[in-house]
Design a protein around this ligand. Structure first.
Ligand SMILES: C[S@@+](CC[C@H](N)C(=O)[O-])C[C@H]1O[C@@H](n2cnc3c(N)ncnc32)[C@H](O)[C@@H]1O
Length: 419
């Protein structure tokens, strides 16, 4: 028996009685749609296509999963909401399928990435960006001075960047940022910043030793080319669905969302597709780990954004807090706001991982119930294991603090409808 099926039967043992006591629903989907959703959720192919490669957002979900869920539960023109949008996977797929979409995230970095990934650019824009990338690559020169961003330096955002092994990359970042500020148009500047962000992420995040400045320059050109092609593919896909993209991005907490006038004006979402921060699992959404584990806020400098707070701000509370009380309170608040804008036809689809599903999954389901939802199932999976859609991501390592028997490399797709 593999770990997944062990987990299934364990959850089943734990939840079997509860499940029969609590009401649940079976979602009416065709066999084909169910099969697509299962395949999408278990998709392990590298993330590619459209604008998905613009940034490696931590704990992002697969575009194939987002596409399958949007296709199964919505029609063109319907409203899709992602209340913890991260890097905007849901937004990109929803727009490429002709849906209206609203994305929400507490992180200004998520807002930046999701905005760039969903900006429509025309051929003239893309040509200007190509020309900028060539200029930016040429302007990288470690023998020339670079202008330090003094506001950010004073606020401590330069932490760990002046190290003997990293100052060259720091200079490359400053010089290319200086060059993109002269591109003369806000959305093209944002795109250029995102090219620098992706290149710097490759050069610094999770690396003990950074690459050479020549490699940095080559990568900048490589990512610029890939991203320009991705932006073209995205813009064509959106235009093929009818022209404009109907999109709103909000940088705020999901709790209290029902009071946002623009959400109320947009109507009732047919689908809420999201993955919230994971309980008990430490994911660094707002920092890169440079030089083998030192936390750096440099992505905020590149995005020209300010960081909100410490890591617990982005993860719904400190993972050391007993029984993750803050986490479950916040999930409940976030999902209660979703319930307030949903109706009986809205389907909520979430991808969640747990550091210890044996007690965290029931707590999560309890929070959903208290928020006003009832769990739903796919007919094809109803009789298998605990009836839920699990997926395993081999080789994935979460910093799992509350050590359970199961590694955080297992994720579950939870389906809910408003009670
Ligand atoms: C697992 S990530 C989402 C990844 C996303 N599905 C993707 O494909 O990129 C969870 C996100 O929830 C955000 N978040 C945390 N607390 C939040 C809150 N109270 N309201 C809205 N977003 C929040 C984090 O900033 C993070 O970006």
């Amino acid at each position: 028996m593999n770990t997944t099926s062990t987990l299934h039967s364990r959850s089943c043992l734990l939840l079997g009685d509860e499940r029969s006591a609590v009401s649940s629903e079976v979602l009416e989907l065709s066999a084909d749609e169910q099969q697509q959703l299962v395949a999408g959720a278990r998709d392990l192919a590298p993330v590619r296509g459209l604008t998905h490669g613009f940034y490696k957002y931590p704990a992002r979900f697969s575009p194939a999963f987002a596409r399958a869920a949007i296709s199964a539960f919505t029609q063109p023109g319907d409203l899709v909401v992602d209340n913890h949008m991260g890097g905007g996977t849901t937004l990109v797929e929803a727009l490429a399928l002709g849906r209206r979409v609203i994305g929400v995230d507490i992180s200004a970095l998520a807002e930046f990435v999701a905005t760039v990934k969903t900006t429509l650019l025309d051929e003239d824009d893309l040509e200007r960006l190509s020309a900028w990338a060539a200029r930016a690559a040429k302007c990288i020169n470690i023998h020339k001075a670079s202008a330090k961003l003094t506001d950010y330096a004073e606020l401590g955002y330069y932490k760990h960047l002046d190290h003997a092994s990293r100052w060259r990359i720091r200079k490359g970042i400053e010089q290319t940022l200086h060059s993109v500020q002269r591109v003369g148009c806000e959305r093209l500047e944002a795109f250029g910043r995102c090219v620098i962000l992706r290149t710097a992420q490759w050069a610094l995040d999770g690396r003990k030793a950074p690459p050479t400045i020549c490699e940095f320059r080559e990568r900048l050109l490589y990512y610029a080319g890939k991203m320009i092609a991705g932006a073209r593919e995205f813009s064509v896909a959106v235009r093929n669905c009818g022209g404009s993209s109907d999109l709103r991005i909000l940088n705020r907490s999901a709790a209290g969302l029902e009071h946002e006038p623009l959400l109320r004006a947009a109507g009732v979402p047919r689908l809420v597709l999201t993955s919230p921060p994971y309980p008990g699992i430490h994911v660094l959404y707002h920092r890169w780990q440079v030089g083998g584990g030192r936390e750096s806020p440099v992505p905020f400098i590149i995005a020209n954004k300010l960081d909100g707070a410490g890591s617990s701000y982005y993860t719904m509370g400190d993972r050391n807090y007993p029984k993750l009380k803050t986490y479950f309170d916040k999930i409940r608040a976030s999902m209660a706001s979703v319930a307030a804008v949903a109706d009986r036809r809205t389907v909520v689809v979430q991808m969640v991982a747990f550091s210890d599903p044996t007690w965290q999954l029931p707590r999560y389901l309890e929070a959903m119930e208290k928020a006003g939802f009832v769990e739903a199932y796919l007919r094809t999976l109803r009789s298998q294991g605990d009836g839920r859609l699990w997926r395993t991501v081999p080789g994935r390592r979460w910093y799992s603090d509350q050590r359970g028997e199961t590694p955080g490399s297992q994720e579950v797709v939870l389906l809910h409808k408003k009670r």
